[in-house]
Design a binder for this molecule. Structure first.
Ligand code: OGA
Ligand code: MN
Length: 292
Protein backbone atom coordinates (compact mmCIF):
# COMPACT_ATOMS: atom_id res chain seq x y z
CA UNK A 1 0.00 0.00 0.00
CA UNK A 2 1.39 3.48 -0.80
CA UNK A 3 2.23 5.49 2.26
CA UNK A 4 3.09 9.06 3.10
CA UNK A 5 3.90 8.97 6.82
CA UNK A 6 7.53 8.88 7.72
CA UNK A 7 9.65 10.43 10.46
CA UNK A 8 12.87 12.43 10.09
CA UNK A 9 15.66 12.02 12.67
CA UNK A 10 18.71 14.30 12.18
CA UNK A 11 21.99 12.40 12.70
CA UNK A 12 24.56 15.20 13.09
CA UNK A 13 24.72 18.97 13.70
CA UNK A 14 25.79 19.74 10.11
CA UNK A 15 23.91 17.31 7.87
CA UNK A 16 22.14 13.98 7.53
CA UNK A 17 18.82 12.51 8.68
CA UNK A 18 17.56 9.00 9.10
CA UNK A 19 14.09 8.40 7.67
CA UNK A 20 11.95 5.83 9.46
CA UNK A 21 8.49 4.45 8.76
CA UNK A 22 8.82 3.92 5.03
CA UNK A 23 9.16 0.74 2.93
CA UNK A 24 10.67 1.83 -0.37
CA UNK A 25 9.89 -1.49 -2.06
CA UNK A 26 6.25 -0.28 -2.10
CA UNK A 27 4.93 2.44 -4.44
CA UNK A 28 5.74 5.95 -3.22
CA UNK A 29 2.82 8.36 -3.49
CA UNK A 30 3.54 11.85 -4.89
CA UNK A 31 3.07 13.56 -1.51
CA UNK A 32 5.59 11.24 0.14
CA UNK A 33 8.03 11.69 -2.74
CA UNK A 34 7.75 15.48 -2.46
CA UNK A 35 8.20 15.23 1.31
CA UNK A 36 11.38 13.19 0.88
CA UNK A 37 12.74 15.64 -1.71
CA UNK A 38 12.11 18.44 0.80
CA UNK A 39 13.88 16.46 3.52
CA UNK A 40 16.85 15.94 1.17
CA UNK A 41 16.95 19.72 0.53
CA UNK A 42 17.01 20.44 4.26
CA UNK A 43 19.26 17.65 5.52
CA UNK A 44 21.45 16.99 2.42
CA UNK A 45 21.84 13.27 3.25
CA UNK A 46 19.00 10.80 3.88
CA UNK A 47 19.48 7.31 5.34
CA UNK A 48 16.85 4.58 4.96
CA UNK A 49 17.62 1.42 6.95
CA UNK A 50 16.43 -2.11 6.42
CA UNK A 51 15.21 -1.82 2.82
CA UNK A 52 14.85 -4.70 0.36
CA UNK A 53 15.22 -3.19 -3.10
CA UNK A 54 15.65 -4.70 -6.56
CA UNK A 55 17.46 -2.67 -9.23
CA UNK A 56 14.03 -1.82 -10.63
CA UNK A 57 13.00 -0.50 -7.17
CA UNK A 58 16.19 1.55 -6.90
CA UNK A 59 15.54 3.09 -10.32
CA UNK A 60 11.86 3.71 -9.48
CA UNK A 61 12.55 5.31 -6.09
CA UNK A 62 15.41 7.46 -7.43
CA UNK A 63 13.25 8.43 -10.41
CA UNK A 64 10.81 10.22 -8.07
CA UNK A 65 13.61 12.71 -7.33
CA UNK A 66 14.37 13.46 -10.99
CA UNK A 67 15.57 11.93 -14.28
CA UNK A 68 18.51 9.51 -13.96
CA UNK A 69 21.88 9.75 -15.70
CA UNK A 70 23.56 6.67 -17.12
CA UNK A 71 26.34 5.09 -15.05
CA UNK A 72 29.67 6.88 -15.66
CA UNK A 73 32.68 5.24 -17.32
CA UNK A 74 34.88 3.54 -14.70
CA UNK A 75 38.54 2.57 -14.62
CA UNK A 76 37.39 -0.77 -16.08
CA UNK A 77 35.19 0.69 -18.81
CA UNK A 78 31.43 1.05 -18.70
CA UNK A 79 30.06 -1.13 -15.92
CA UNK A 80 26.45 -1.18 -14.85
CA UNK A 81 24.04 -3.62 -13.28
CA UNK A 82 22.79 -6.17 -15.83
CA UNK A 83 19.76 -4.72 -17.62
CA UNK A 84 20.02 -1.28 -15.94
CA UNK A 85 22.29 1.25 -17.68
CA UNK A 86 21.53 3.82 -14.98
CA UNK A 87 22.68 1.57 -12.12
CA UNK A 88 26.39 2.02 -11.37
CA UNK A 89 28.11 -0.82 -9.52
CA UNK A 90 30.62 0.07 -6.79
CA UNK A 91 32.43 -3.07 -5.68
CA UNK A 92 35.73 -4.80 -5.08
CA UNK A 93 34.24 -8.14 -6.21
CA UNK A 94 35.65 -9.88 -9.26
CA UNK A 95 33.83 -12.53 -11.28
CA UNK A 96 35.80 -14.75 -13.69
CA UNK A 97 38.81 -12.51 -13.05
CA UNK A 98 36.94 -9.34 -14.05
CA UNK A 99 35.91 -6.52 -11.68
CA UNK A 100 32.12 -6.18 -11.51
CA UNK A 101 32.29 -2.56 -10.29
CA UNK A 102 34.35 0.54 -9.61
CA UNK A 103 36.53 1.87 -6.78
CA UNK A 104 38.00 -1.42 -5.51
CA UNK A 105 38.67 -1.71 -1.78
CA UNK A 106 40.89 1.34 -1.34
CA UNK A 107 40.21 4.68 0.23
CA UNK A 108 38.19 7.14 -1.80
CA UNK A 109 39.16 10.65 -0.72
CA UNK A 110 36.71 13.54 -0.25
CA UNK A 111 34.87 14.34 -3.48
CA UNK A 112 31.56 15.13 -5.13
CA UNK A 113 30.36 12.95 -8.00
CA UNK A 114 30.94 13.79 -11.65
CA UNK A 115 31.63 17.50 -11.16
CA UNK A 116 33.72 17.31 -14.35
CA UNK A 117 30.33 17.61 -16.13
CA UNK A 118 28.83 21.02 -17.00
CA UNK A 119 25.80 20.01 -14.94
CA UNK A 120 26.91 17.54 -12.26
CA UNK A 121 24.26 15.19 -10.87
CA UNK A 122 21.88 16.77 -8.38
CA UNK A 123 21.84 13.71 -6.13
CA UNK A 124 23.09 10.15 -5.82
CA UNK A 125 21.48 7.09 -4.18
CA UNK A 126 23.68 4.28 -2.88
CA UNK A 127 22.17 0.96 -1.85
CA UNK A 128 24.13 -1.67 0.11
CA UNK A 129 23.84 -5.29 -1.12
CA UNK A 130 26.95 -6.67 0.62
CA UNK A 131 29.12 -4.93 3.20
CA UNK A 132 32.46 -5.80 4.82
CA UNK A 133 32.66 -6.61 8.54
CA UNK A 134 35.12 -3.76 9.01
CA UNK A 135 35.89 -0.54 7.13
CA UNK A 136 34.11 0.84 4.08
CA UNK A 137 32.24 3.55 6.03
CA UNK A 138 31.12 6.53 3.94
CA UNK A 139 31.61 10.06 5.28
CA UNK A 140 29.65 13.16 4.29
CA UNK A 141 30.49 16.86 4.59
CA UNK A 142 28.22 19.89 4.18
CA UNK A 143 29.84 22.36 1.80
CA UNK A 144 27.83 25.16 3.45
CA UNK A 145 29.49 24.26 6.76
CA UNK A 146 32.85 23.98 4.97
CA UNK A 147 32.45 27.48 3.51
CA UNK A 148 31.33 28.90 6.85
CA UNK A 149 34.40 27.38 8.52
CA UNK A 150 36.86 29.22 6.26
CA UNK A 151 38.76 32.08 7.89
CA UNK A 152 37.39 35.44 6.65
CA UNK A 153 40.56 36.21 4.68
CA UNK A 154 40.32 32.90 2.82
CA UNK A 155 36.63 33.53 2.04
CA UNK A 156 37.62 36.84 0.48
CA UNK A 157 40.35 35.19 -1.62
CA UNK A 158 37.98 32.46 -2.80
CA UNK A 159 35.23 34.90 -3.79
CA UNK A 160 34.97 35.37 -7.57
CA UNK A 161 37.46 32.62 -8.44
CA UNK A 162 36.64 29.61 -10.58
CA UNK A 163 37.96 26.07 -10.39
CA UNK A 164 38.60 23.46 -13.04
CA UNK A 165 37.31 19.98 -12.19
CA UNK A 166 39.53 17.27 -13.65
CA UNK A 167 37.91 14.70 -15.92
CA UNK A 168 40.83 12.29 -16.30
CA UNK A 169 40.50 10.33 -13.05
CA UNK A 170 37.60 9.04 -10.98
CA UNK A 171 36.98 9.37 -7.27
CA UNK A 172 39.17 6.37 -6.49
CA UNK A 173 42.06 8.21 -8.16
CA UNK A 174 41.98 5.76 -11.08
CA UNK A 175 42.44 6.97 -14.64
CA UNK A 176 39.09 6.83 -16.45
CA UNK A 177 39.15 4.74 -19.61
CA UNK A 178 40.05 6.79 -22.66
CA UNK A 179 41.99 9.47 -20.72
CA UNK A 180 45.74 10.10 -20.34
CA UNK A 181 47.28 11.29 -17.04
CA UNK A 182 47.19 15.12 -16.92
CA UNK A 183 50.60 16.59 -17.81
CA UNK A 184 49.92 20.32 -17.25
CA UNK A 185 47.06 21.27 -14.90
CA UNK A 186 46.57 24.58 -16.71
CA UNK A 187 45.61 22.81 -19.95
CA UNK A 188 44.43 19.32 -18.91
CA UNK A 189 40.81 18.29 -19.61
CA UNK A 190 38.10 19.35 -17.20
CA UNK A 191 35.16 21.65 -16.61
CA UNK A 192 35.34 25.09 -15.01
CA UNK A 193 32.84 25.99 -12.27
CA UNK A 194 32.64 28.85 -9.75
CA UNK A 195 34.61 28.05 -6.57
CA UNK A 196 31.88 29.54 -4.36
CA UNK A 197 28.26 28.83 -5.22
CA UNK A 198 25.08 30.28 -3.72
CA UNK A 199 21.90 28.40 -2.82
CA UNK A 200 19.17 30.01 -4.95
CA UNK A 201 16.50 29.86 -2.21
CA UNK A 202 18.42 30.59 1.01
CA UNK A 203 21.35 32.65 -0.31
CA UNK A 204 23.75 30.45 1.70
CA UNK A 205 27.21 30.08 0.20
CA UNK A 206 29.00 26.79 -0.36
CA UNK A 207 32.36 25.68 -1.71
CA UNK A 208 32.32 23.66 -4.94
CA UNK A 209 35.56 21.69 -4.69
CA UNK A 210 34.81 18.44 -6.55
CA UNK A 211 38.07 16.61 -5.96
CA UNK A 212 41.51 17.77 -4.92
CA UNK A 213 43.74 15.81 -7.38
CA UNK A 214 44.39 17.72 -10.62
CA UNK A 215 42.11 20.63 -9.67
CA UNK A 216 43.22 24.04 -10.94
CA UNK A 217 42.21 27.67 -10.43
CA UNK A 218 42.28 29.35 -13.88
CA UNK A 219 44.30 32.56 -14.00
CA UNK A 220 46.81 31.47 -11.36
CA UNK A 221 50.26 29.94 -11.85
CA UNK A 222 49.96 26.21 -11.20
CA UNK A 223 52.08 26.47 -8.03
CA UNK A 224 49.89 29.31 -6.66
CA UNK A 225 46.74 27.40 -7.53
CA UNK A 226 48.08 24.33 -5.72
CA UNK A 227 48.96 26.37 -2.62
CA UNK A 228 45.59 28.14 -2.46
CA UNK A 229 43.65 24.91 -3.05
CA UNK A 230 45.66 23.15 -0.33
CA UNK A 231 44.83 25.95 2.07
CA UNK A 232 41.11 25.92 1.22
CA UNK A 233 40.89 22.12 1.41
CA UNK A 234 42.67 21.99 4.78
CA UNK A 235 40.23 24.55 6.20
CA UNK A 236 37.18 22.88 4.62
CA UNK A 237 37.55 19.20 5.46
CA UNK A 238 37.50 19.50 9.23
CA UNK A 239 36.56 16.23 10.97
CA UNK A 240 34.03 17.99 13.22
CA UNK A 241 32.04 19.08 10.14
CA UNK A 242 31.68 15.54 8.81
CA UNK A 243 29.36 12.64 9.57
CA UNK A 244 30.20 8.99 8.76
CA UNK A 245 27.75 6.26 7.87
CA UNK A 246 28.45 2.70 9.05
CA UNK A 247 26.75 0.46 6.48
CA UNK A 248 24.41 -2.46 6.97
CA UNK A 249 22.97 -4.54 4.17
CA UNK A 250 19.69 -2.96 3.07
CA UNK A 251 20.72 0.65 3.75
CA UNK A 252 19.84 3.20 1.09
CA UNK A 253 21.71 6.49 1.45
CA UNK A 254 20.88 9.50 -0.74
CA UNK A 255 22.93 12.67 -0.84
CA UNK A 256 22.52 16.05 -2.46
CA UNK A 257 25.63 16.09 -4.63
CA UNK A 258 25.60 19.87 -5.15
CA UNK A 259 26.11 20.93 -1.54
CA UNK A 260 28.06 17.99 -0.06
CA UNK A 261 31.20 15.95 -0.51
CA UNK A 262 31.72 12.34 0.51
CA UNK A 263 34.57 9.92 1.06
CA UNK A 264 35.00 6.22 1.79
CA UNK A 265 37.27 4.36 4.17
CA UNK A 266 39.30 1.47 2.77
CA UNK A 267 38.36 -2.07 3.79
CA UNK A 268 40.02 -5.52 3.62
CA UNK A 269 40.05 -6.66 0.00
CA UNK A 270 39.32 -10.26 1.03
CA UNK A 271 35.87 -9.09 2.18
CA UNK A 272 33.08 -8.37 -0.27
CA UNK A 273 31.44 -4.97 -0.62
CA UNK A 274 28.79 -4.52 -3.29
CA UNK A 275 26.74 -1.34 -3.74
CA UNK A 276 24.36 -0.20 -6.47
CA UNK A 277 24.12 3.51 -7.22
CA UNK A 278 21.93 5.77 -9.29
CA UNK A 279 22.77 9.35 -10.21
CA UNK A 280 19.88 11.82 -10.43
CA UNK A 281 20.46 14.52 -13.04
CA UNK A 282 18.33 17.41 -11.76
CA UNK A 283 15.53 17.76 -9.20
CA UNK A 284 12.13 16.52 -10.36
CA UNK A 285 10.55 19.98 -9.98
CA UNK A 286 13.22 21.56 -12.21
CA UNK A 287 12.63 18.82 -14.75
CA UNK A 288 8.83 19.31 -14.68
CA UNK A 289 9.32 23.01 -15.27
CA UNK A 290 11.65 22.52 -18.24
CA UNK A 291 9.45 19.74 -19.70
CA UNK A 292 6.31 21.92 -19.47
C1 OGA B 1 29.86 6.98 -4.77
C2 OGA B 1 30.94 6.79 -3.83
C3 OGA B 1 31.47 5.65 -1.83
C4 OGA B 1 31.15 4.34 -1.22
O1 OGA B 1 28.95 6.15 -4.79
O2 OGA B 1 29.87 7.97 -5.49
O3 OGA B 1 31.84 7.57 -3.78
O4 OGA B 1 30.99 4.32 -0.01
N1 OGA B 1 30.81 5.74 -3.04
O5 OGA B 1 31.09 3.36 -1.95
MN1 MN C 1 31.39 9.29 -5.11
Amino acid sequence: MPHSHFAIHPVSPTLGAEISGIDLSQPLDPAAAAGLAGALDRHLVLVFRGQTLSDADLVRVSGHFGPLDKAPVTEHGRLHAPGFEEVYVISNVTENGRPIGALGAGESVWHADMTYLETPPYASSLYALEVPAEGGDTGFLSMFAAYDALPAALKRRAEGLSIKHDSTTNSGGYLRQGFAPPADLATSPGTVHPLVITHPATGAKALLLGRRPHAYIPGLAVADSEALLDEIWAAAIRPELAWHHRWRVGDLVMWDNRWTMHRRDPFPDDQRRRMHRTQIAVPADAWNRSAA
